[in-house]
Design a protein around this ligand. Sequence first.
Ligand code: ADP
Ligand code: MG
Length: 153
Amino acid sequence: MTEKTYQVTTPEETKRLAEKIALLLRPNDCLTLSGDLGAGKTTFTKGLGIGLGVKRTINSPTFTIVKVYQGEKTLYHIDAYRLEDEEEDIGFDDYFYGDGVAVVEWPQYIASFLPDERLDITINKVDDSDRRVITLTSTSDYFDYVIKEIPHI
Ligand code: ADP
Ligand code: MG
C-alpha cells in the first residue's frame, strides 16, 4: 500500500493533478474521492475528465447517482451522497466492472459494492483558504505503480 500527499493552493492545481493521474488510468479503474462538502471532489473529477478527453462539462450529479461521460476513455461519475445509509445496489457492477474509469464521491455510502483494487483519494481543506491536502492511497500493486508514475504537477 503506497500513500502520497500533495499540497495544492488553487482549484486549477487540483484539476491539474487529477489530469496527470487520468493519463495513467485504464478502463475499469476505480477511484474514490472522500472529503467534506466543498472540499473539491467534483473539481478533481473535472480534471479527470480533461485527462480522459471528455469534452462535456462535468457537474455535480445532484439528482442522478451516476453520470456517464464519453471521452477517449469513458468516465463514470458516481455521487453516492443520496444513498446515505441505504446500501442500495443500483447496478454498480456495470460501472466498476465495465469499460470505463469509475470515480466515486461519498464512497463510504456504497462501501460494500466497491471493488477491492482502488485508488482512494482524500481531500482536506486547510483553514478557510483555497489550500487543500490531497492524499492518494493505493489498495493494490497496480495503483502503487500508478502513484509512482505521477509526474510533478
Ligand atoms: P465537493 O464535490 O467536494 O463538494 P466541489 O468541487 O463541488 O466540492 O467544490 C469545491 C469548491 O471549492 C469549488 O467552488 C472550488 O472552486 C473551490 N476550491 C477552492 N480551492 C480549491 C482547491 N484547491 N481545490 C479544489 N477546489 C477548490
Ligand atoms: Mg461533489
